[in-house]
Design a protein around this ligand. Structure first.
Ligand SMILES: [Cu+2]
Length: 172
């Protein structure tokens, strides 16, 4: 009895896997055939395909530049003494900060609640997450889970916020 049950469930699993495989083949086949085809089906493709391509080219592209930022990433460029970013609003969730130090001094990137840092007062509250400090020309990245709210992106090297290394980030 038990062996029959096992066989059946294994058979079911095999059938499921075969079915899944067949479905994937059909989907892939449809994608290939539909390459230049009607919009409704193709529209869904760039979401996954696009980010995969972006990730691949970033890896292949070397370490000089941060990878292209998608919907869950922000690219920052730091200099003496300012922080530039390619977007100042992003959706809540796991967010990757890609950072390039284009200054001549070592810098890092950190995130605080909006109320925990100001240009005049520096950092006055907890730093939610902080990257390593990187030398001129280097890149680094951190990933942090942020809920919706108002934040400051700062360089936590002492004195750098007061010199201008602070910028606002809105998480929706
Ligand atoms: Cu700095």
């Amino acid at each position: 009895m038990r062996s029959v049950t096992t066989k059946r469930s294994v058979g079911g699993l095999v059938a499921f896997v075969i079915g899944l495989g067949a479905t994937m083949v059909l989907v892939v086949g449809a994608l290939v055939v539909g390459g230049g085809g009607p919009a409704p089906f193709v529209t869904a493709v760039p979401v996954g395909g696009g980010s995969a391509v972006a990730g691949g080219s970033a890896e292949a592209g070397g370490s000089d530049q941060p990878p292209p930022a998608g919907d869950t990433a922000i690219n920052f460029v730091e200099k003496d003494f300012a922080i530039a970013m390619d977007k100042s609003t992003i959706k809540a969730g796991s967010i990757t900060f890609n950072v390039k130090n284009n200054g001549s001094s070592p810098h890092n990137i950190g995130v605080t609640k909006e109320t925990d840092a100001s240009k005049g007062g520096g950092i006055t509250g907890p730093v939610i997450k902080n990257s390593e400090t990187i030398d001129a020309g280097k890149t680094t990245s951190i990933t942090v889970d942020l809920q919706s709210g108002a934040y400051n992106i700062v360089c936590t090297v002492p004195g750098h916020v007061q010199l201008g290394m602070i910028t606002k980030l809105t998480v929706q």
